[in-house]
Design a protein around this ligand. Sequence first.
Ligand SMILES: Cc1cc2nc3c(=O)[nH]c(=O)nc-3n(C[C@H](O)[C@H](O)[C@H](O)COP(=O)(O)O)c2cc1C
Length: 178
Amino acid sequence: MTTYPADVPTQLPTTFATNQDLDPAQLRQAFGIFPSGVVAVAAEVAGSYVGLAASSFTSVSLDPPLVSFSVANTSKTWPDLRRASHLGVTVLADHHGSVARQLAGRVDQRFDGLDLTVTSEGAVTLDEGLATFDTTIYRELEAGDHTIVLLRLHAVQHVDHSLPLVFHRSKFGLQRPS
Ligand SMILES: Cc1cc2nc3c(=O)[nH]c(=O)nc-3n(C[C@H](O)[C@H](O)[C@H](O)COP(=O)(O)O)c2cc1C
């Protein structure tokens, strides 16, 4: 049982309301209260750069070293990206808001003007990222309207020279409730 110090007022309901309407718009709002970072997942496939921005990235395991992100089953990019032998993951910095939007926008412009590093195995990372990972797909798990992609890490670099890009309440940066 969770106990709270007597001087900390809690406003937790004793029960959850029943028959809640868990509609997607409400869920998106509730999920958005939890802040996340943003990564670029990218690779060179058949001579073209393919990739997307993802805020669903999370660390998973140290041994074996695994991270994950979730990709919508409607993604037009994932069927191509998953064919790559290696995938690059880049943790975006706080000045990368427009880069994140670009990486989620028009497919033919996603990598315009970006300084990239491409490994011999096709993993693509952004040079200005705070951390970069060279990965391969370890497992894909069906998860409702998304697929959870577990990635195994093969190489890691991090520079940590600035704050990370934060995605919160559907915007960049921490958002105070109005
Ligand atoms: C900040 C941000 C975070 C995003 N996070 C995800 C994510 O975690 N998973 C996902 O499938 N799409 C995410 N997207 C959307 C994708 O970047 C992309 O726009 C979407 O997959 C549609 O493009 P596609 O059809 O080429 O895949 C995010 C977009 C933005 C701007």
